[in-house]
Write a new protein. Structure first.
Length: 109
């Protein structure tokens, strides 16, 4: 393999890692937005006499909001704590290891 092909592989690996991170963040922010809407609806339903008894909103209660909060916190921890623990250096070393493994497994005929 030439150095340029190794650089191309490294760039592709970094690009896929970046896309995966961006998708995770996007999913988290979408989840957070929907959660905020759910909190507002739950507060309106709980503390006002708003007639919110149609099908999906009927089942929003403290238990559902508690479970939803736990899932949101788990998703946030997975997203942000993993970036702190497994930082940029860790990712770069893993990409280099993958590239080295691929170059060692490369067979020439």
């Amino acid at each position: 393999m030439t150095p340029t092909s190794q650089e191309n592989i490294a760039e592709k690996e970094l690009l896929t890692l970046a896309k995966r991170k961006i998708k995770k963040r996007k999913d988290f922010y979408i989840h957070l937005f929907i959660y905020c809407i759910g909190i507002v609806v739950w507060l309106l339903k709980t503390y006002t006499n708003a007639p919110l008894n149609f099908l999906p909103i009927r089942y929003i209660n403290c238990f559902v909001m508690g479970i939803w909060t736990v899932f949101l916190v788990i998703q946030a921890i997975e997203l942000f704590v993993s970036e702190i623990v497994f930082g940029k250096k860790w990712e770069e070393t893993k990409v280099k290891n993958i590239i080295e493994d691929q170059s060692e497994k490369q067979t020439w005929e």
